[in-house]
Design a protein. Structure first.
Length: 446
């Protein structure tokens, strides 16, 4: 009798296994819902997210929003206030600091990308060091995995303040990914349907195009005059129902996990976390107003791909302006339909008293013949420039960059000064540029 029961049991088990094997595989399952995000925050380093932690904690607890974070680097350079660890070891520790910090207010999905921490102020240096194409590939992939309605990132602009190039770089890449993730020709290998998703030796990543709906920026500028009227603002003093403390305290607590970067005094941390969380409106594909709520107009359903304006070549003629990152942003903003960022502030930079500032000037000759160009520079009293303004010849349909080293006056400490530049050809002015400069040290190499 016992053997008959055992035999029957084995037959049932075999039948179940056979049925499971023969059950048809769903060849078109939906995207993995575990990683769906309402907000995807894209930042340069672990700890950057504390800038908006009070807002994110509020959205998670009160509005039940799902939030994910992407860091372009693992924070593998800089000082270590907690121990001797540096380089890769420091990156390992900062990743764990970030995961514990995020978990303290409800974020469990975070990705740390391959970029090296490149302390400086020129966004083009970060993009070069990270490998612009590779980094963009990674960000587009994560937008397609998380399928956010809203992207939050650093302001892609050269500003006076911390002005970290990795902050700027994350803003540039996030903006590009916003505009590319729904484009099937952008990294199409990500969209290839696997031939047999249950087998090994496969290819095709099986993702789907995704168009985010809105993008907002935060800034580490040391002046806030350009915020007003250009984005929503959120107070941080509201009490958390579960933790019985203001969301500013939740943000301050999140910062305490970053022991390797403990460079805030208690007073500074209080001031920082109790200040409103301010956003700069980037763009919306679902309507709304620049100062309206971040989720104004957001719907859960996917929307169609919305290609940006894209790069438009300059008209024929001679053009003269600031080069380097200023020239990059001048063309980047309109190409990605965020041209209003140009209106926030005029070109600016920062230099320590008696120290040198790199100022590239760009001349483009989009004519049919070579042109002789003469440059003129007007500096504040007791400032100097090397080399001296000069003349140069630019062939037809080519460009030239003139790189100046401008040294500030010690007497102008903490003042704003204006540098002026002009270019002439055949006795006629072809363009002018100006740069507002704050004379104060910022700790980052230009």
């Amino acid at each position: 009798m016992r053997s008959s029961v055992l035999c029957l049991l084995l037959i049932l088990i075999f039948s179940c296994l056979t049925a499971a094997r023969s059950r048809p595989q769903d060849d078109n399952p939906p995207p993995d819902a575990r990683y769906k995000a309402d907000i995807l925050a894209i930042f340069g380093h672990p700890d950057d997210e504390v800038e908006v932690a009070a807002f994110l904690a509020q959205q998670i607890e009160l509005q039940h929003k799902r939030v994910a974070v992407v860091y372009m680097t693992r924070g593998n350079s800089g000082g270590n206030a907690a121990g001797l660890e540096q380089a890769t070891a420091l990156g390992d520790i900062r990743e764990m600091e970030a995961r514990h910090s995020l978990a303290s207010y409800g974020i469990t999905n975070a990705w740390f990308l391959h970029g090296a921490d490149t302390p400086g102020a020129d966004v083009l240096h970060s993009l070069e060091a990270w490998g612009h194409g590779r980094a963009l590939d990674e960000i587009v992939r994560l937008v397609r995995i998380t399928r956010p309605g809203v992207i939050i990132t650093w302001l892609p602009a050269y500003v006076v303040g911390e002005n970290h190039e990795d902050h700027q770089g994350s803003g540039v890449l996030a903006t590009e990914a916003f505009d590319l993730a729904a484009n099937p020709l952008a990294f199409p290998e990500q969209l290839e349907t696997p031939r047999n998703r249950a087998a090994i030796n496969n290819y095709g990543e099986g993702l789907r195009p995704w168009q985010p709906k809105k993008i907002y920026y935060v800034s580490d500028a040391d002046h806030f005059d350009f915020y007003k009227g250009n984005g929503p603002e959120y107070a941080t003093g509201q009490l958390s129902p579960s933790k019985k403390v203001p969301y500013s305290r939740i943000a301050a607590n999140a910062w305490t996990f970053y022991l390797t970067q403990n460079d805030f005094s208690d007073a500074q941390l209080k001031e920082f976390t109790e200040a409103p969380v301010r956003f700069i409106f980037g763009k919306s594909l679902v309507g709304g107003t620049p100062t309206g709520d971040v989720f104004e107009g957001i719907i859960s359903e996917p929307i169609a791909y919305a290609p940006p304006r894209g790069y438009e070549p300059p008209a024929p003629g001679l053009r003269f302006d600031l080069g380097g990152p200023w020239a990059f942003y001048r063309e980047f903003w309109p190409a990605h339909d965020i041209g209003h960022l140009k209106e926030l502030f005029s070109p600016e930079a920062q230099v320590g008293p008696g120290e040198s500032l790199w100022v590239p000037l760009l001349i483009r000759n989009n004519t049919e013949s070579p042109r002789d160009i003469t440059l003129r520079v007007t500096l504040p009293p007791n400032w100097t420039s090397k080399p001296e303004p000069s003349s140069l010849t630019i062939p037809a349909h080519e460009s030239a960059s003139v790189q100046l080293t401008v040294t500030s006056s010690v007497a102008d400490k903490n003042a704003w000064k204006t540098l002026a530049f002009e270019a002439d050809s055949k006795g006629q002015k072809i363009g002018a540029a100006s740069l507002r400069v704050k004379v104060a040290g910022n700790g980052l190499p230009q």
